[in-house]
Every structure is written in C-alpha cells, then in structure tokens.
Ligand binder design. Structure first.
Ligand SMILES: Cc1cc2nc3c(=O)[nH]c(=O)nc-3n(C[C@H](O)[C@H](O)[C@H](O)COP(=O)(O)OP(=O)(O)OC[C@H]3O[C@@H](n4cnc5c(N)ncnc54)[C@H](O)[C@@H]3O)c2cc1C
Length: 395
C-alpha cells in the first residue's frame, strides 16, 4: 500500500516554500512582514494611505510601489504579470489573473474594467499556466444598484437599464471565457450585495457550465447560511443539467459585516466563532470532493488543515490528483509553504495574482496588511515561516 498523502506533504518545509526566493528577497520579505506585524502601525498606516491617495500625493505611490505592492501584486499592467506567472509555473503553480479594481461607478470606468478582464481572458487562453481569471461584480456596476437588487427593492427605469448593462458586461466576459476555454472565478463580497451577485452567477453557470465548468461562484463559509446554500445550488445544478462551480473561502469582510449588523440592530450573518466557520468550511470541502463529478471546486484558503483535508480526501478516494474539478488556490505573496508543497505532490494549485494601477489595488493591499498583523504581539503565520527559512539558510 502506498504512503498516505498527509505523510508526504510537509507544510513546514520552508526550503520548498521559498526555493524561488533569493537571500536578498527573503530579507526584504522579513522586513515587510515584521512591519505589517505591528497592528498599531497597520491601523494608522491604512487610514493615512487612503487619505494620501485621495489627496493624490505622488511620493506615497512610489513608497507603496517599492514596498508592499511587489509582495502581493504581479504588476501595474497585465503584461507586467508575465514574470510572476513564469516564476510560479517553474514550480508547477498556475496563475489566476485578478484585475484589482473594486467599487466602480461611472460608465467609462465600468466598461474599462470589462475590457481589462476580456484582455486577461485572451492572455490566459494563450498561456498554459493561466487557467482562470477572477471577477469582482462590484467593479462592473454601481454598488448601490447591487444593494438595491439584493434588498429586492423596486428599481427605477434608469436602474433597470443599468441592470441590463451589468448582465451584458458579465455575459460578454463569460461568453469570451467559454469560447476560449478559460475559467471565471466570481468573487464573493459583502452580504448586502451578495444576493444580486449569486443570482447573476447562477444565470451564467446555467448558460456556460453545461459541458465544462467555466463559471464559479464563491461560497463564504464564515456565513452561517452558506453551507446549506452550496448544497441547494448543487441540487439546482443537477436538476437543470449543469456543473456547479464552487470556490470555497472563509470570508474577508468579517469586521465590516459585524459592524454593519450592529449598527442596523440585526443579527450578524457571520458565525459566532472561528471553530464553527472551520467546521462548515471543512464540510464544504468534503461535500465538493464527494461530488467532484458534478461540482468543479477550489479550496481557496491559507488554512493548513483545510488544504491537507482536500488533498487527503482526493488521495484516499483514488481520484486523479490533477482532476480539473479539484483545485487549490492561495493569494500571491502568501502561504508559499502550502502552494509549493501541494504543487510538488502533483495537485492543481494556483495563485491569485492581482494587478492594476497602484490606486486601484490599495483596498486589496490594506486587507492583506490587516490579515498579516498581530494583535497578540506574536509573529504572524507568514513571518514565522520567513524567519524559519532565514534560520535554515543561516542568513
Ligand atoms: C485564492 C483566494 C481567493 C479568495 N477570494 C475571496 C472572495 O472572493 N471573497 C472573500 O470574502 N474572501 C476571499 N478570500 C479571502 C478569504 O475569505 C479569507 O479571508 C482568507 O483566506 C483567510 O482565511 P483562510 O481560509 O485562509 O484561513 P484561516 O486563517 O484559518 O481563517 C481566517 C478566517 O476565518 C474567519 N474567522 C476568523 N476569526 C473568526 C471569528 N472569531 N468568527 C468567525 N470567523 C472568523 C475569517 O473569515 C478569517 O478571514 C480569498 C482567499 C484566497 C486564498
């Protein structure tokens, strides 16, 4: 009998994790993650950064471009990402292109985002190492419209026209992806816009996922209703004859969700504690692997247990390791110990590589800084790994 996969994957193997980093790069990373580890600095820095960008202070752009930006982004333009794509591919990791625009509203901005995403799909189609692009619906229409649709409020004539334009933009994207055989991950956002997003994604999956999984919705398992939703969506997909696309995440807007629910005096949609989130997340992973023939899924997580769980289930059930319906994904610049150790075992693993003008990716960079900060004073997960590798290299 062959060895179980759990004994072959060692997420503490920092030699594999950082094999594509020179000593100089590793030292630069250590400095950056040490800085982000200071919660007071991240808190003050985040507000100052938003203000500085509003005031269009040019030197701030330069500072961001030379520090946090190269750690978490592939470049300011699509073509700049080729270097990151090639370096990942050299270690068997694929790339998911993620144009970093969020919360757009003017017609010109919205059409520009659509054009950028279509260009990314064309690039992906000509590049073996880019199987998927990601899309944020809030970058394709005005947030207020998404909120109104989600609240099931009546739309004005102009809003109905905007809704049609949104459907057309998304349909152009999915249609292009379908014709070129590229996947589309649609990100999940705040709960007050998510119903509108979910309805749109179901529409697209029904149209484009009949033969192959092209369009994927995102399920945030920090919400207490999303595990049930995943199963319901699967049943609907089965009854209508299409493949469900499910990217599973825990969820990125916990504080915002709780604050808004408190302010509105309603119950938060977020689970009460982390262990409830972990339980639902891992059940979702089990469910997707169990139904892998009719669900195309992605474990989009930096959590070691969840990644190991998916790998173990694939291995135990004797499913082809690189089956196109079973994927892993982490964010560029984070959890290389997971990505490259999973890749070394022959599973499908990719990095989300965001790109775009500095001012567009600032909210994304702030979320990454907040995620890597420490409230207890202990070193963050990334910082511990970097320190371990520096020690191993004796640098
Ligand atoms: C490839 C990729 C794509 C992503 N796409 C999206 C997306 O489309 N939409 C989105 O919202 N997020 C997205 N995320 C971010 C994701 O939702 C998480 O914020 C992040 O990955 C951290 O969760 P984790 O599974 O990696 O691991 P962990 O570090 O184990 O979990 C941290 C997460 O657990 C939850 N949590 C922590 N403490 C508590 C608590 N006290 N109570 C309840 N929950 C708690 C929060 O969701 C927190 O982010 C994506 C992440 C990746 C890797």
């Amino acid at each position: 009998m062959s060895e179980p996969i759990a004994s072959k994957i060692d997420f503490s193997n920092t030699e594999i994790a950082f094999s594509n980093k020179s000593d100089k790069e590793l030292k630069r990373m250590a400095l950056l993650f040490r800085t982000m580890n200071m919660s007071w600095l991240v808190k003050i820095g985040s507000s100052m950064l938003l203000l500085a960008m509003q005031l269009r202070l040019p030197f701030v752009k330069r500072i961001v471009k030379n520090t946090i930006f190269p750690q978490f982004c592939g470049g300011t333009h699509l073509m700049d990402c080729q270097d990151a794509i090639d370096k990942l591919y050299a270690h068997n990791a694929l790339t998911i292109l993620d144009y970093g625009a969020e919360a757009k509203s003017t017609e010109e901005e919205l059409n520009k985002v659509k054009t950028e995403i279509v260009r990314a799909i064309e690039m992906a189609a000509s590049n073996n190492s880019v199987p998927v692009v990601s899309v944020k619906i809030s970058a394709l229409t005005d947030n207020a419209l998404l909120e109104k649709i989600s609240a099931k409020e009546e739309l004005s004539k102009e809003e109905l026209e905007e809704q049609v334009k949104l459907i057309d933009r998304l349909d152009d994207i999915c249609n292009m992806a379908y014709s070129l055989g590229v996947g589309v991950f649609i990100d999940a956002e705040e709960s007050w816009v998510q119903i509108a997003i979910d309805d749109l994604v179901v529409l697209m999956m029904e149209k484009y996922n009949k033969e192959k999984c092209i369009v994927y919705n995102t399920y945030q398992m920090y919400r207490h209703d999303k595990l049930a939703q995943l199963k319901l969506d699967h049943e609907e997909a089965l009854s209508k004859g299409y493949i469900l696309g499910a990217k599973n995440v825990r969820g990125a807007y916990m504080e915002k969700e709780r604050n808004r629910a408190d302010a509105e005096g309603r119950l938060s949609p977020i689970h009460k504690n982390k262990s409830a989130v972990d339980a639902d997340y891992n059940t979702a992973i089990r469910y997707c692997v169990e139904h892998y023939e009719t669900i195309g899924s992605c474990c989009a997580s930096h959590n070691i247990e969840s990644n190991l769980l998916q790998a173990t289930l694939i291995d135990e059930q004797g499913i082809q390791k690189d089956h196109p319906h079973l994927n892993f994904c982490q964010l560029y610049g984070m959890s290389d110990n997971i990505t490259f150790n999973i890749a070394a075992q022959g599973f499908n693993v990719a990095k989300y590589v965001p790109y775009g003008p500095i001012k567009e990716v600032i909210p994304y960079l702030i979320r990454r800084a907040q995620e890597n900060t420490s409230v207890t004073g202990e070193a963050s997960r990334e910082l511990k790994l970097i320190q371990a590798e520096k020690k191993r290299r004796k640098i």
